[in-house]
Design a protein around this ligand. Structure first.
Ligand SMILES: Cc1ncc(COP(=O)(O)O)c(C=O)c1O
Length: 370
């Protein structure tokens, strides 16, 4: 197994934060957030970026700006975290959960089509674990039903498919920079879009409509404060300049772990699609052992952090706040979450940590009888 590329130098992070602290307080300006917005559009290939204080806020601002209103319905994969659905509810709309295909992890578009009503306004595809669905299938579904596409690309910075970068194929793309994400600032997020009107509405929404879109008066509309604090914008900006090195390291970490698990009993790596450049956010394996979720929980107790075992990820449609609508459960999403081992990595995980994970997983799988 080849060595990992070194953790990229972090000196620039401290320099940027210290320079920002020296300038504070500067309530009239947001120089670091603006610099980050300018450079992230260049790096990820869109015209506009709006920096916000979380991925949840990015979804909230983007869905608002895309026109989601009280009484609307928004299609959301059940294969996601609660943070995708919460902003839909905050806007007074209703998340309608759609299933995913266990063979591809992509949206099950037959199920989604069956759930479209005259209230459906938007679809929020989620690139969970950095994996991206087929952008052509998404575009044709959205245009068939006239839906806005607001991508949840919280985990997908650096992924692309068929030449389309995650978060750039729809009306807006939403990213999280919570620590643990490949592009991180501790807390934070941003919206990407090519649509000038959407960008102006999202920007206004982020800051209590103090900077209104053309034709509006300041504070004409109720909104939120979701601005990204300047020291965190400085971190985001410095990390943006390390992004290709951070991506290279994550891909190498994931490949290293999957290679170390090549002979592990009952575990099969889940590969990206042939036209997908995957950011390797989380190394993914199908667990072909009895009681797979219990196996993932067992690994979590033995020091291997993972989505289902550590963070108890369950299909979003089965969370108690969403079960009252009595839709049939999304069985494909349930099957995926039951059987997938998604190991949670951070950029600090070195060979020693990954060897420890591999040893714990290999020995647990060898003896696991459920
Ligand atoms: C898929 C997905 N969507 C949305 C979010 C929300 O992002 P944040 O935690 O920055 O609000 C996350 C964060 O973990 C996420 O993984």
């Amino acid at each position: 197994m080849s060595d990992l590329p070194p953790l990229p130098a972090a000196d620039s992070l401290g320099v940027g934060v210290l320079a920002t602290l020296a300038d504070m307080p500067d309530p009239a300006r947001a120089a670091r957030a603006e610099a980050f917005e300018r450079d992230v559009t260049g790096a990820l290939g869109t015209r506009y970026a709006i920096a916000v204080n979380s991925g949840t806020a990015a979804l909230h601002a983007a869905l608002f700006a895309a026109g989601v209103q009280p009484g609307d319905e928004v299609l959301v994969p059940a294969l996601t975290v609660v943070m995708t659905a919460a902003p839909v509810v905050q806007l007074g709309a209703r998340p309608v959960f759609v299933d995913s295909d266990p063979a591809t992890l992509d949206v099950n578009y037959a199920d989604a089509a069956a759930k479209v009503t005259d209230k459906t306004r938007a679809i929020v595809p989620v690139h969970l674990w950095g994996r991206m669905g087929d952008p052509a299938a998404l575009a044709s579904f959205a245009s068939r039903f006239g839906l806005a596409v607001v991508e949840d690309a919280a985990q997908a910075a650096g992924t692309s498919r068929a030449g389309i970068a995650a978060g750039t194929g729809g009306m807006a793309g939403c990213f999280s920079m919570k620590d643990g994400k490949i592009l991180w600032s501790g807390e934070g997020g941003f919206v990407l879009t090519d649509d000038a009107g959407l960008a102006a509405r999202a920007r206004a929404f982020r800051g209590h409509w103090l900077t209104p879109p053309p034709g509006h008066r300041p504070q004409q509309q109720l909104a939120v404060n979701a601005r990204l604090a300047e020291p965190l914008a400085a971190l985001a900006h410095a990390n943006l300049h390390r992004l290709s090195a951070l991506l290279e390291r994550r891909r190498a970490q994931s490949t290293y772990l999957l290679e170390a698990l090549a002979g592990a009993r009952g575990l099969t790596p889940i590969r990206p699609a042939t036209d997908e450049t995957w950011n390797h956010y989380s190394p993914l394996l199908t667990i072909g052992l009895p009681r797979p979720r219990a196996f993932a929980e067992h690994l979590a107790r033995h020091g291997v952090p993972n989505s289902t075992g550590t963070f108890h990820l369950i299909p979003c449609d089965t969370r108690p706040m969403f079960t009252a609508g009595a839709q049939p459960p999304c069985r494909g999403a349930a099957q995926i979450l039951e059987r997938t081992l998604a190991v949670v990595l951070t950029d600090r995980d070195d060979e020693e940590v990954l060897d420890r994970y591999a040893a714990a997983i290999t020995s647990a799988s060898a003896t696991w009888s459920g």
